[in-house]
Structure formats: C-alpha cells, structure tokens
Design a protein around this ligand. Structure first.
Ligand code: NDP
Length: 509
C-alpha cells in the first residue's frame, strides 16, 4: 500500500481542558442526588485523557425511585393535564436555554465523546431546533372525528399520552439523540426516565438543569446515571413503565424487545445500519466523492447513518476509489478542540480494537487497504484515533461489508447492473438508510422505491430535518422519530363512540 501524507491536527494545549471534573448527579423527583451507596464512575476524554466527568452511579434503588417519581407525576396529571399551549411555551423556553448554553454543552460533548468542537456546536444548535419543532407539535396535535357513522352516532378518536417513557440513549450523539426523543415525549404529555450512556452522561445532566430552570414540574423528567445493567435493564422490565424508546446497538435492541415482551410495553428502536451509497456511471462524480468522504468519516464513522458501503459501477470503480483516497488525505483528523478538525477521537480503546478487528479480518480474507487500516498518532494527544480507511476488493459476505463497524472504514463493492446493485443494497439484515448517485431521474426513483431502507437520499447524503421521519426497516429498528410520526410514538389512540338521542334498539325485548 502507498504511504500517504494525511492532514493531521496536533494538540492545542487548549485552555478549555478542564482542571476540575463536571460533577453529575441523578435528577429524581425534582431533586439532584447522589447514589445511596455513594458509588460513582468517571469519564476521561478519549482524545486528551483528562478527567472530564465524575458521575453518581445508580443501582436498583435510584432507578426504582426515578420510575416511581415519573409514575406519580404522570398519574396525578401535573404534566398530562397541562394544555398544549403551555407545554409548547415550556419547550420553547428550553430551546432558548439550549441556545444560551450552546458553548458549554458543546464543550462537554466534545470532551466526553471526542467529536470535533464545531460539529458539537452544530449538533446542539440542531437539538434546539428539535425542541422548537416539538413545541409546534404540542399545539397542533389532534385526533380525528367521524361524522358519517349514521344519523345517531358520532365517533371521536382521541390521542392520549402513553404514560411513563423510558428513554435510553447511546454515546455517539448524546445531546442530539435525547432531543430526538424527550421533547416529543413531553409534547405528547408523557413523563420520562432518561438514562444516557455511561460514556457520555454530562450533557444530559445539563439538559436536566435547563428543564428545571425552564420550570418543568418535579418528577416529569427524571435522569438516572449508570450502566445498562442494572439501570437500563430495569427501565425496560419495570411494570410501571409504559414504553421504551431506545437508540443503540441491534443486539441490545433485541434484548430490550424481549424484556418488554414480558409486560407488553410499546418499544421504539433506532438501531444499527450498514448504509450503502450506490454510484452509477452517469453520476456527478465529484459531488458523490465528497458525499462518500463525508458519509464515512463524519463523527469518525461512529454513526448509525454512516455511509459505510459504497456500491460502485465496475466501469468507474477504479476512478472513484482513487478520488476517494485522494480526498481522504485532505480530511483534518486530530485534536477535537481545534476549530479546523473534522474527525476526532474514537470513543474508547476497546472500540478502537473492535474497528481494527474488522479491518484485519477483511484484509485476511483478501481485501486491500487502499489507504489507512490502522491507528493514527496525533502529536501531543494520548487518546485513540483511527486513520481514514478505504478497503477495496471487499465481497458482500465479509463481516466488514455486513456488520456495523462504527469507525472510519469504507468498504468498496462493485456492481454491473441496477438489479445487482439493488440486490447488494437489500441483501443484508439492516435497512436504515441508502443513497443513490445518478443524473437519471428514472434510476433515482426506481432505486428509491426498491431500496429497503427507512431513508433514501438521492444525489445527497445525511441531510435531516425535524419534519422528516427517521427510522429503520428490518433489524435497523421499529417505529419512527422526528416529524409528526415521532410524536405518535408517545401517544395512545382511544376510540369514543357517542350515541345521539335514545335510538338504540334494546338488546333484550
Ligand atoms: P449499546 O447498545 O450497548 O448501548 C446503548 C445504550 O443502551 C447505553 O445507554 C447502554 O448503557 C444501554 N444498555 C446496554 N445494555 C442494556 C440493557 N441490557 N438494557 C437496557 N439498556 C442497555 O451500545 P454500545 O454503547 O455498547 O456500543 C456498541 C455498539 O453498538 C457500537 O459498536 C455500535 O456498533 C452500536 N451502536 C449503535 C448506535 C446507533 O446509533 N445505532 C449507537 C451506539 C452504538 P451503558 O453503555 O451505559 O452500559
């Protein structure tokens, strides 16, 4: 393999590095509290190695209290009885507070996760937009009426909040993902127990502070810090919880579905993806190359929407691979605190090993690394970084082509016909997103219809809007977030049938 000069950004010696850790506590029934047994866990920056957060570590006792608080708050109507107008006012206030605290939230997001600071700031801005959008839904949601059931009958379909929602979030977009769930649950009138990943608890705690500042009644949102077991597991099995909204791995998503089956809770799942971009010979190649590079390196590839497979027509495969490699060398990898950095650190050493395991196994099976394939050293930083990696000669049976690598590793697969491309797209367990690049509208539309994926992008990649639903087909999930569908997840449907006058003929004569 040729050695490439990469665009690496050395350590900044930034004054933004913390000298004291952020202290994170549980929010239960409106009070900030430590764990009864005093247990804590710590999070160090994956790029800089410094201590960022010291968090209370919940056990069963704190989880039980949080669920009980959410249950009581729901049942006594302190939030579900509030008008849509007043719920919206509060959600808008939270959005303003998020904007006011953007820099502080973004810094902690970067320090805990390793993502670039400019990206974190954009995510927090996007999260505020989701709170504003949910406020609009709180005021405009409605049921249906049926006025054609006969002269003596009126039917009304009511939408009611489902109750207590358990919200379990991952480490890759901690603030954005909780904002894809919580404001929608609150707009619906639900109460919630929230558990962030133990790797990234801080910004969810700040969100709790903002909710308190905005005047949300005690107990409506409770935050429990800790591990999947016991906290997350209890949040999915407890009889007093009505639904679970989870984002994370497909393996845990399946385990949660099995747990929820015991009490028949509703489950909403955003899981993994192995998302393809298909490039036809008539595509605008330069735009496609930029989107391929963005799609695979954004958030260091630690992204459910990562465009981790390209399926490229054999006539242009060599040219596309060469151009992707060239552009890969220009992407700034390095210190997440530098404003020019586009790709930061990998979340943990264990995860870095997992990424490398996929690359190694592909190379052992006959693939070639056209660039990358190993760890990066960034001057002055002790954390783990993985180099931009493009694997050619990948076949669709290799684990790297079928499983979620969650790293900056692109697999290049070739096709000859549209039929073959569609088969490669669909012949996989996942179905989150897919993209097509062609200047022929017929090719794009046929692809959009036949791709088994919750989102299809044509001549673009990873755009997202609060208005547009997001979720997966097949093992990529169940249910939808965002759009009005995102609100519906937190609503029950009640049918009310009303007789007009005494027109019902008696059953017993
Ligand atoms: P997990 O799916 O294990 O974790 C996601 C969340 O679920 C975390 O808050 C975790 O808690 C919690 N959790 C773990 N076990 C349980 C359980 N039994 N019951 C309830 N909640 C539980 O993802 P990881 O963080 O371990 O990442 C592993 C892999 O998952 C990644 O390599 C990637 O492939 C994929 N992933 C996919 C994401 C996506 O957006 N689709 C997001 C993150 C990861 P805690 O971690 O604190 O113990």
């Amino acid at each position: 393999m040729t050695k490439f000069d990469l665009n690496l950004i050395a350590a900044q010696n930034s004054p933004k590095l913390p000298t004291e850790p952020f202290v994170a506590r549980h929010l239960i029934d409106g009070r900030w509290c430590d764990s009864q047994d005093g247990a804590v866990f710590e999070r160090h920056s994956p790029a800089h190695g410094v201590l960022v957060t010291r968090a209370a570590k919940a056990g069963e006792a704190e989880t039980e209290q949080a669920i009980a608080a959410a249950r009581k708050a729901f049942d006594d109507g302190r939030w579900s009885d509030v008008s849509g107008k007043d719920r919206a006012t509060l959600l808008l206030k939270v959005a303003d507070l998020i904007d006011e605290n953007r820099e502080r939230i973004a810094l902690l997001e970067t320090l805990e996760n390793g993502k670039p600071i400019t990206q974190a700031e954009a995510e927090i801005e996007g999260a505020a937009d989701l709170w504003r959008y949910a406020a609009a839904l709180a005021r405009t949601m409605h049921g249906d009426s049926h006025n054609s059931l006969g002269k003596d009958m009126l039917g009304v379909v009511l939408k009611e909040p489902i109750g207590v929602a358990s919200i379990i979030t991952p480490w890759n977009f901690p603030f954005l993902i909780v904002s894809q769930k919580l404001p929608f649950a609150l707009a619906a009138g639900c109460t919630a127990v929230v558990k962030p990943s133990e790797l990234t608890p801080a910004t969810t705690v700040i969100l709790g502070e903002l909710l308190v500042e905005a005047g949300l009644p005690a107990g409506v949102v409770n935050i429990v810090l800790g591990y999947g077991v016991p906290v997350g597991a209890m949040m999915t099995t407890h009889s007093q919880v009505d639904m679970v909204s989870f984002t994370g791995s497909t393996a845990v998503g399946k385990a949660i579905t099995a747990s929820c089956a015991q009490t028949l809770k509703k489950v909403s799942l955003e899981l993994g993806g192995k998302n393809p971009q298909v490039i036809f010979p008539d595509a605008d190649i330069d735009s496609a190359i930029d989107a391929i590079v963005f799609g695979i390196y954004f958030n260091a590839g630690e992204c459910c929407n990562s465009g981790s497979r390209i399926i490229v027509h054999q006539d242009i495969a060599e040219e596309v691979t060469k151009k992707v490699v060239e552009l890969s060398t220009k992407v700034p990898f390095g210190d997440p605190l530098h404003p020019d950095t586009k790709v930061g650190a990998i979340i943990s050493p264990e995860h870095q090993e997992k990424i490398h395991g996929y690359v190694q196994s592909a190379i052992d099976a006959g693939a070639q690394a056209s660039i990358g394939g190993g760890a990066l050293e960034i001057e002055g930083l002790p954390g783990q970084f993985y180099g931009p990696t493009v694997l050619s000669g990948v076949t669709s049976d290799m684990p790297v082509a079928r499983e979620e690598v969650f790293g900056p590793v692109l697999s290049v697969i070739k096709f000859r016909t549209l039929e073959e491309a569609i088969a490669l797209v669909n012949n996989i367990e996942y179905g989150l997103s897919a993209g097509v690049w062609s200047e022929n509208v017929h090719t794009c539309l046929e692809f959009a219809r036949r791709a088994k994926a919750g989102t299809v992008w044509t001549n673009t990649w990873m755009d997202g809007f609060a208005e547009m639903p997001f979720g997966g087909f097949k093992e990529s999930g169940a249910g939808r977030e965002l759009g009005h569908y995102g609100l519906e997840e937190y609503l029950e449907v009640k049918t009310v049938q009303m007789r007009i006058g005494r027109t019902r003929s008696p059953w017993v004569q």
